[in-house]
Structures are given as C-alpha cells and as structure tokens.
Design a protein around this ligand. Structure first.
Ligand SMILES: Cc1cc2nc3c(=O)[nH]c(=O)nc-3n(C[C@H](O)[C@H](O)[C@H](O)COP(=O)(O)OP(=O)(O)OC[C@H]3O[C@@H](n4cnc5c(N)ncnc54)[C@H](O)[C@@H]3O)c2cc1C
Length: 378
C-alpha cells in the first residue's frame, strides 16, 4: 500500500507537496478553504522573484537552483528569464558574500554596469551591481494553480473546506474527518491561528506597487532587482502589469486575515520615493495598481518545516513561516520534505522547532529601517 497524506493548504508550499506526493503514488487528499493561489494567500500575486543569492548561505542557494529546474519542468512559461540584479551599497556586504557562494557552487553571476540593464538608473550610491543572469521572475499564481492541478491529474483529491486539527486528525467544516499516515499543515499566515502554541510567527502587512511605464521597461529585457540594504525589491514590467516595487521592511502587524485589504499610504510613499531615487527616468510614472499581502515571519527568517512536537512519530508536520521568501523554493522544498516525512533523510535542522535553528544570515532584503519620510535608507 502506498502511504497516505492529508495536505492542508493550497498555497505554493501545500500545492507543491500535494503534487510531489501524488506523483510519487501517495494517496493524497489536498484541502483548501478557497482556491489555489487565491488573492489573500501569500502565494497569490502575479509574480515572484526567483534568485539563488542568499548572502553567505549556500543551502538556500542550492535549493533555489533546484527549484528553478523544477519550475521549468512544470511549465517553462512560468519562468521569465530576466535575470536578477543586486544593487550592492557596500563593497564587502551581503552581495559580496553571495557572489563568493554562487561562484563556489558554479551558479553564474557577474558584476555588471547597471546602465546597460535599465533604461534609466542611479548608480552613485552603489559599490557594484551583481547580476544573476539565470535568475528571473515566476508567474506565481499561475504556478500555484499548475502545481495544484498537476496533483489532481496525478490522483490527488482536492477538497474545498476549512480544516482544523484534532490531534492527528483533520476535521473539516462540512463535518468530515480525515485521517492518513501523515498530515501536513501548510497554511501560510493562518498557521499562527492554528498552531500559535508551538509556532512563533509575526504576521505583517506588506504591499507591492505597480507603476505604468513605457514599453522599454518590459521584462525580460529589464531584470528583477533587489536593493538589500535599501530593503526594496522589484522587477521590470511583466506581462503589462507595470514596473513592480516592493518595500521589504517588515510592515505593520496584521490583526485579522479577514480584514479589508487597503494599501498603506506610508508604504506607497516608500515605493514612490524609491522609484524616483533609483530610476529617475520613471520617477513620475503613474501608479496603476497595488496589492496587499502578508509575511508570516519567523524570528530568524528561516522556514518551519518540522514534525509537530506533540506527535513523536512524525505523523503531523508543520510547514510554513515563509518569512517573505518561500515562493521560489516550493517544488524543491517539497522534494526534500517527501524524504524527511519518509525518514529516508534527516530534516533540515535550520527549519526545525528546536535550538538547532541558526540566526546567522539574513535571507531576505530585510535591510536597514526605512525612515518615516519614505526615503530609501542608506
Ligand atoms: C508581497 C510579497 C512579496 C513576496 N516576494 C517573494 C519573492 O519575490 N520570492 C519569493 O520566493 N517569495 C516571495 N514572497 C514570499 C512567498 O510568496 C510566501 O512565503 C509563500 O507564498 C507562502 O506560501 P505558503 O504556501 O506557505 O502560504 P499561502 O500561500 O498563504 O498558502 C496557505 C494556504 O492555506 C490555506 N489555508 C489556511 N488555513 C486553512 C484552513 N484552516 N483550512 C483550509 N485551508 C487553509 C489558505 O487559504 C492558503 O491558500 C513574497 C511574499 C509577499 C507577501
């Protein structure tokens, strides 16, 4: 008999796992309260960056690289091969560490003149610009749907219901009770509500802004970009949505995931100020859209992918704590997680719930705090 699993959550992490297990002939029930990649999920935007650079951290670099292969295998159209440019403000900071790690892993990277990448760009505050030419942009919501649909094609049963844990069982709001060899909870920001007793998650309000720009700003011609020390990232105009600017400092706490979603005026000023600062040629580009999302932050920005401590036999797993950077890894993390659940490989200690977690490398463009005026820092 193949093993059975209930996977709760059809964001990128739950959908990638349901897909992975179903294609390995597991008997899978995949539960989601709304639709895969819905607008309030962390995975629900049109686009996400996929980059291998993670400062001095090689494990995430490898995992991202593997994920890129798996996204392409799922559907090459999900990946826009724009490259990702890192605006380094210090000669020996996070980007220099990343450069060393990428080079040691054989992942292409090069120092470039950013004026050759962007139609208009300010460079006088930069020590150098590092390009990852094989990184790029993911068509995120389409990717989540593709994973969830492929899981169904491989035999998974998709169930639309709100689930709650009851020991090792999953109780649905339609009265059904699901049991399986393994239950995996991958519920994004909702994990804080479901498992607040064992998880330390802060749920923060994060906006992205889209600006209407001339056609020469289209991706893949214009790459994705990250200003780590400035705590802002973005990308060229993907599929006509506009140039995207995402303030990456941790936003205000979100009280309820059911609240109305309105962009935060302070974050909008931050995005506008950064646009004018870095890309003077489009400083006055009109705002054409925004989207409110959330980060589910762990204290050290590492994910949580661990057995629930109350069930010593590893039957119940908690998967989340995306901390603003999980999307890209989805399919590669699922591949590893299958082995961890089967106990054919030891789980990644950095994702555990015990003291073996480490706090040494920033994994996202947390950067230094932005000033209240909305001016980019540093
Ligand atoms: C603005 C923004 C920009 C980002 N940029 C990037 C980026 O460029 N690159 C990158 O790699 N990452 C990025 N991230 C992070 C990444 O998008 C998230 O870490 C990732 O999408 C989280 O996926 P998830 O599957 O854990 O959670 P989610 O996508 O939130 O999915 C959880 C799912 O569980 C369902 N669920 C919850 N509770 C229940 C329940 N009780 N019953 C049934 N279903 C339930 C929810 O409805 C939801 O669909 C960004 C995040 C944000 C917000």
């Amino acid at each position: 008999m193949p093993p059975s699993a209930v996977v709760v959550g059809a964001g990128v992490l739950g959908s990638a796992l349901a897909d992975r297990l179903a294609r390995s002939s597991w008997d899978v029930q995949h539960v989601e309260q709304y639709a895969p990649g819905h607008v309030r999920s962390g995975s629900g935007d049109e686009s996400r960056l996929i980059r291998a650079a993670h400062g001095a951290d090689a494990m995430h670099a490898r995992m991202s690289r593997r994920a890129l292969e798996l996204w392409r295998e799922l559907d090459p159209r999900l990946v826009c091969p724009s490259g990702v440019a890192w605006f380094a403000r210090r000669p020996d900071g996070w980007e220099a560490d990343a450069e060393r790690v990428l080079t040691s892993l054989g992942i292409p990277n090069e120092r470039v003149d950013p004026t050759e990448l962007f139609p208009s760009v300010r460079t006088d505050d930069l020590a150098f610009t590092l390009l990852e030419p094989e990184a790029g942009l993911l068509r995120a919501r389409d990717g989540v749907r593709a994973l969830a649909d492929r899981a169904v094609q491989a035999g998974a049963e998709r169930i639309v219901a709100v689930a709650r844990p009851d020991g090792e069982r999953v109780v649905l709001d339609d009265g059904r009770v699901l049991e399986a060899d393994h239950v995996i909870w991958a519920c994004g920001a909702w994990m804080a509500r479901l498992f607040g007793d064992v998880l330390d998650l802060r749920i923060t309000h994060q906006d992205v802004y889209y600006f209407g720009v001339p056609g020469r700003w289209a991706a893949p011609g214009v790459p994705g970009w990250v200003d780590f020390d400035g705590a802002v990232y973005g990308m060229g105009d993907l599929d006509g949505r506009g140039v995207k600017v995402g303030p990456d400092q941790e936003g205000p706490a979100i009280g309820s995931l059911d609240a109305e979603r309105r962009a935060d005026p302070t974050l909008e000023r931050t995005a506008r100020a950064y646009l004018g600062h870095r890309f003077p040629g489009i400083a006055d580009a009109p705002l054409v859209g925004s989207r409110v999302c959330q980060y589910e932050m762990t204290p050290d920005e590492h994910f949580v992918v661990a057995p629930h401590p109350a069930f010593s036999d590893g039957r119940v797993w908690l998967v989340g704590g995306g901390s603003g950077h999980a999307f890209k890894h989805g399919p590669a993390l699922a591949e590893r997680l299958e082995r961890w659940i089967l106990a054919s490989e030891a789980p990644e200690p950095a994702f555990g719930l015990g003291p073996e977690r480490h706090h040494d490398v920033q994994l996202r463009t947390g950067g230094s705090p932005l000033s209240g005026s909305g001016e980019p820092s540093g």
